[in-house]
Design a protein around this ligand. Structure first.
Ligand code: KG4
Ligand code: ZN
Length: 355
């Protein structure tokens, strides 16, 4: 049996987990910083890295004691090397380096997006995968459409050209004065609303597999908010959803439902078409937004192919997905140097681990 400790600190969760043979979770500890960032309405990088520093050793020790194993029993230590926030990533990487050095275990720097994909290998009971599969990663920082033709083999078909899907949820959540992060709150609010009350644009319904959510965000903002005028105008462009005032004559429930309907339509249409065009056997969804029930239902309805998504607790960031991805890399013989560098920008594609 192969025991891998996975450490994740790329954004606002400090997480660690022990995974056995890439599939069985022996422990999974996640310290979320949501409460800390709620007052800023988004992730504040300096606050995030400080919170990681404070949490990391407790989280890792807890993961080891929950798994009931000693450091000497580990086969490898895996850590998110990127993409993500530099200060946050560094906390996990430095901690993992220290552990690898002091325990004399191999260290593996793992791509966070690959981690999201491998959260699907942690689904119980596990069904064997017949490649190629179409992968849709939808998180707070990424919207990626990939064709996965084997372990570690990815062809990037498209991605967002502006906001990530989760980012769009978060921005619209902020406009609607819902708590941070917007995604789960919009989903909850939308259940009480009418998804056909407003017709928002399904942007980028074109031949490519790229996504764009900024037009949709602007359309929601026009419908739901009153823009600042006069001297505030110069501030309109960046973060304008923060300054806009919510109109009092709209139904937040209806706006949330109609927005969610539009985002999920866009995601499903592209993913289903890509799966068909590239002869995928299944559609895999991963990342925070894949927790969304409307997205899951529509994807199942719009395609004949089987659709997989992670269990709810593994959609958002966690250490188990990092350990699961590391298992396949470990078996291939991949090892990182003890002086590995952070990779804040790290697109997932073939040969991505050797560049
Ligand atoms: O994967 P994740 O934890 O972090 C990144 O790697 O970015 O994803 C977090 C994102 C946030 O934008 C959050 O609003 C969104 O996932 N999210 C959801 C839901 N749960 C989380 N979006 C829509 N519906 C949900 N139920
Ligand atoms: Zn993530």
């Amino acid at each position: 049996m192969t025991y891998i400790l996975g450490i994740e600190s790329s954004c606002d969760e400090t997480a660690a987990s022990v995974v056995v043979d890439g599939k069985t979770i022996a422990s999974n500890v996640v310290a979320s910083q949501i409460d800390l960032h709620a007052e800023f309405g988004g992730v504040f990088p300096e606050v995030a890295s400080r919170a990681h520093v404070e949490a990391i050793s407790t989280v890792v020790n807890q993961a080891m004691s929950d798994a009931g194993i000693a450091y000497s029993q580990l086969d490898a230590i895996a850590v998110t090397q990127g993409p993500g926030l530099v200060g946050s990533l560094l906390v996990g990487i430095n901690y993992a380096k220290g552990l690898a050095m002091s325990t004399n275990k191999p260290l593996l720097g793992i791509n966070h997006l690959e981690g999201h994909i491998y959260s699907l290998w942690l689904t119980q009971p596990f069904r064997e995968v017949t490649f190629p599969v179409l992968v849709l990663i939808v998180s707070g920082g990424h919207t990626e459409l990939l064709l996965m033709s084997g372990h570690g083999e990815y062809q990037r078909l498209g991605g967002t050209i502006d906001d990530a899907a989760g980012e769009a949820f978060d921005k619209v959540g902020r406009m609607l004065q819902l708590p941070f992060p917007g995604g789960p709150h919009i989903e909850r609010t939308a259940r009480l609303g009418n998804a056909t009350a407003y017709v928002f644009p399904r942007a980028k319904r074109d031949e490519t597999f790229d996504f764009s959510f900024s037009g949709l965000k602007t359309a929601v903002m026009r419908e739901a908010t009153v823009q600042p005028s006069g001297k505030d105008r110069s501030q309109r462009k960046r973060g304008s959803e923060k300054r806009a005032r919510l109109r009092t004559d709209i139904s937040v429930n209806d706006v949330a439902a109609s927005f969610q309907d539009a985002v999920t339509d866009i995601l499903v249409e592209k993913a289903a078409r890509a799966a068909q065009e590239y002869g995928a056997t299944e559609i895999f969804m991963a990342g925070g937004v894949s927790a969304n029930q409307m997205l899951r239902q529509k994807m199942r309805k719009e395609t004949e192919l089987p659709v997989r998504y992670p269990p709810l607790n593994l959609c958002t960031d966690n250490g188990a997905m990092i350990a699961a991805a590391a298992y396949f890399r470990f078996q291939e013989g991949y090892r990182s140097q003890l002086d590995l560098d952070v990779r804040t920008m790290w697109p997932l594609s073939n040969g991505t681990y050797t560049e």
